[in-house]
Design a protein around this ligand. Structure first.
Ligand code: SAM
Ligand code: SF4
Length: 327
């Protein structure tokens, strides 16, 4: 079992399998992209399988595959097939922009991978294209509806971006009206590859909730698991639900059960902290299994208690991009 220095059990790994992406969301990276890692600086699929194996043997029982865009890796399904068979792993989920998932939907279903988060920050086509800087609206929308219709447990991640998409906060809720889907509103975080910096946000979770309340005064709160980062609600008569994730306000740090491994192998114990160690060369060196276990234990033993404490300690982490951290 992995237990941190604040007595929190760490059982959830967010594994970024690449830092590359076919979109250029303006809150995530600059229009020209970031300095993407060379292939040799990413784990091979074989290494990702071994890494998952080692961490599951240590107590990780939930892995979320993220990126960059996970499906830009042509060999992603090799990893997912491996994880689907990995004893001790109870939950595999994927976060995707839904541009490339189409050909894999049937196999994901066969493998029993049910939890898919789709990032969609606009229901209006022009707004989508302005934010993502690409014209993939139809593909994303079609794949989203297919995933929902095929019975996946789909959660839509919508970042409330001041001056960009807040007019879509209410219209996108229509998806939860008609489908059994959860629309989750995230606060913007300053991990955008240096595109812009900010100390405060206009649209925090309270403002998002007030805005929704004006249109839907009868929504009510749902019970959520203790380690959930989202606070969840239901509007009477709606098939789905909605939630807010205070990712900038950081109200959930006390129960954080997450460990992140970036696309290039950095171990990140808090989004607002610097990497503790890089596992790539350790993985490629002698006694890799033992050494990885030791390094991960060491990192977990030195976690900041909250994102605010980490931010105070590690100034300057904000030039990172989510495309290498994995969100
Ligand atoms: N490409 C995939 C996608 O977009 O779903 C997976 C990787 S993406 C980095 C993972 C999550 O991070 C997405 O839900 C995305 O919206 C979120 N994200 C990226 N940049 C962010 C930022 N600056 N603030 C808050 N969330 C961010
Ligand atoms: Fe790509 Fe996801 Fe970042 Fe958008 S949020 S640029 S889809 S990695």
């Amino acid at each position: 079992m992995l237990i941190d220095n604040h007595n929190r059990t760490i059982n959830y790994l967010r594994l970024a399998v690449t830092d590359r992406c076919n979109l250029r969301c303006n809150y995530c990276m600059p229009s020209e992209g970031i300095n993407f890692a060379e292939n040799n600086n990413l784990f091979t699929i074989d290494e990702l399988c071994r890494l998952s194996d080692i961490l599951v043997s240590q107590g990780i029982d939930k892995i979320r595959i993220t990126g960059g865009e996970p499906f830009v890796r042509k060999d992603l399904m090799v990893l997912l097939r491996y994880l689907a068979d990995l004893e001790g792993l109870k939950d595999i989920s994927v976060t995707t922009n839904a541009t490339l998932v189409g050909p894999y939907i049937n196999e994901l279903k066969e493998l029993g991978i049910k939890n898919i988060n789709v990032s969609l920050d606009a229901i209006d086509r022009a707004t989508f294209e302005r934010i993502t800087r690409r014209d993939q609206y139809d593909t994303v929308h079609n794949n989203l509806i297919r995933l929902i219709s095929e019975g996946f447990n789909v959660r839509i991640n919508f970042i409330a971006l001041d001056g960009q998409n807040t007019q879509d906060i209410l219209p996108i809720l229509d998806l939860a009206k008609h489908y059994n889907v959860s629309v989750r509103y995230l606060e913007e975080m300053p991990f955008n590859g240096g595109s812009k910096s900010f100390q405060t946000i206009a649209w925090d979770y309270k403002k998002i909730l007030e805005h929704i309340k004006e249109a839907h005064p009868n929504y009510y709160k749902l019970d959520s698991p203790k380690t959930s980062t989202s606070i969840n609600y239901k509007i009477p008569g709606y098939k789905g639900t909605f939630g807010v994730i205070p990712s900038f306000s950081r109200t959930f740090c006390g129960s954080c059960n997450r460990l992140r491994i970036s696309a290039t192998g950095d171990v990140i114990t808090c989004l607002y902290a610097k990497a503790s160690v890089n596992l790539r060369e350790i993985m490629r060196g002698p006694n890799s299994e033992e050494n990885i276990k030791l390094e991960v234990l060491d990192a977990i033993g030195k976690r900041s208690k909250t994102g605010f404490e980490a931010q105070e300690k590690y100034k300057g982490v904000f030039s990172n991009s989510m495309t290498s951290i994995g969100g």
